[in-house]
Design a protein around this ligand. Structure first.
Ligand SMILES: [Zn+2]
Length: 444
């Protein structure tokens, strides 16, 4: 721990050298020793850096009252970090620090954080100018807050989070299925599917699944590109409120039973748009070496942002046998039917090059439209018993069915219509004796 603290001192010294506030906006490289000691960053490669950047003009409000924070906010690896003591005291609480223990009193409860990497934290506490910083996600989770982003105003609005009732699942007696939320990416508003509002709805999707005891997979496109609109959104480089909202949303989803699946690197080629284009398959413009590099870059991007990187899904399931071998070299789990399976529709462990690779098919297919949903739901009962109840759908189909509100007591909540894809899907699975689970529990 001393080494880490010493390093922060060093960084701080560099930052304090000459005029600081402005100079500090220069990106600071925090060395990987910190990274390795950080919860959530264990997969990071030794030559990679976490970057931090002072935020110019960020605002935080609580129950529609602006908090007057003298210390600046920071981006750390793209996430928003808050000056802990000032933030808590502006909210009406207090923080007492003894060495590395933080005793936080707020709203009638006391939270004790043992050290900078307390196990309750998703991201470690960082120091800038001797001031301890807590990630927005951790602050929201510790204090049961809901976050509403207003990216154009560089503003975050905090409310009390109204907890949804938890619906228990009898995990010992349900059969296990798999759910994948398809094509999740941040496009700076290009598609309209990933705005501040829809990101909050995506968190509601995760919250609904979490409170109903369901797990899920998130098919995330790491690097969003839309050449015709000049968009290339590398979230390891572009720190902004837009991207911070998306990372907050991914953190929220992962923290509520979600698992990251790398859905290609860009899910596009040439001039096509991510999510619409393809990337791999028979018509790919990329050589075998470039394909290998793209898969590795997808992993590096996940690592740099602190996400898991071992599950892969080919965009539009477009692949060749040679490309599949490259994927098998780079990943432990490939989310598709094993091409040489004797029986289709089953999860299959296959020994490749001394390693076990898991193939996960989606025999239930996906939900192409609301009109076709009843037919898809019926398959849950009619599919042969030995086939996996594994399905994917695009969450944006539900965005008009999710309603976000703030009550007069300052509680942020949502309602999810019963005629939505997700609610019908979860209810049908439950009635048929299934729950959406994860790889770890699949064979129980
Ligand atoms: Zn896709």
């Amino acid at each position: 721990m001393k080494e880490v603290t010493g390093m922060f001192q060093w960084i701080k010294k560099q930052m304090c050298y000459k005029n600081l506030r402005r100079l500090r906006t220069l990106v600071i490289a925090l060395v990987c020793i910190v990274v390795y000691s950080c919860v959530g960053f264990t997969a990071m490669e030794s030559d990679e850096h976490i970057t931090a950047q002072e935020i110019q003009g960020g605002q935080v409000s609580f129950l529609d009252n602006r908090l007057s924070l003298n210390e600046p906010l920071y981006f750390v690896a793209g996430r928003i970090f808050l000056p802990m003591k000032e933030f808590v005291s502006q909210m009406g609480g207090s923080v007492i620090r003894t060495k590395n223990t933080f005793r936080i009193s707020w709203n009638g409860s006391e939270i004790v954080l043992e050290g900078m990497q307390d196990e309750r934290l998703n991201r470690p506490i960082y120091y800038f100018d001797k001031v301890a910083y807590l990630s927005l996600y951790d602050a929201a989770e510790l204090f049961h807050l809901a976050v509403v982003f207003d990216s154009p105003q560089k503003k975050i609005n905090l409310y009390h989070k109204k907890a949804s009732p938890v619906v228990p699942v009898d995990t010992d007696n349900v059969k296990k299925g798999l759910l994948r939320l398809e094509d999740i990416y941040f496009d700076n508003g290009a598609s309209g599917n990933f705005s501040n509002e829809t990101n909050e709805k995506l968190r509601a999707v995760a919250d609904y699944l979490y409170t109903h005891g369901q797990s899920f997979y998130i098919a995330w496109i790491p690097f969003y590109k839309y050449p015709e609109m000049g968009i290339e959104n590398d979230m390891t480089q572009n720190f902004s409120f837009y991207n911070a909202d998306f990372l907050y949303t991914l953190d929220y989803m992962v923290g509520h039973n979600g698992h990251i699946v790398l859905h290609g690197y860009t899910h596009q080629e040439k001039n096509t748009q991510s999510g619409v284009g393809t990337e791999f398959g028979a018509n790919t413009p990329f050589s075998a070496k470039e394909i290998d590099q793209r898969m590795q870059k997808a992993k590096q991007m996940a690592n740099a942002l602190g996400f898991e990187d071992h599950i892969f899904e080919f965009p539009h399931y477009a692949f060749t046998e040679d490309q599949l071998r490259i994927a098998e070299k780079n990943f432990d789990v490939i989310y598709q039917q094993y091409t040489k399976a004797k029986k289709v529709g089953r999860a299959e462990w296959v020994r490749k090059g001394g390693r076990e690779i898991l193939f996960l098919p989606t025999p239930l297919g996906y939900v192409p439209s609301m009109e076709e949903l009843p037919g898809v739901l019926e398959k849950i009962d009619t599919l042969p018993e030995d086939q996996l109840r594994s399905i994917f759908f695009h969450p944006f189909m539900d965005f008009t069915k999710i309603h976000l509100t703030t009550t007069t007591k300052g509680e942020r909540t949502y309602t999810y219509d019963s005629d939505s894809v997700l609610v019908q899907l979860v209810e049908k699975m439950t009635r048929s004796g299934y729950a959406f689970s994860d790889i770890e529990h699949l064979e129980e």
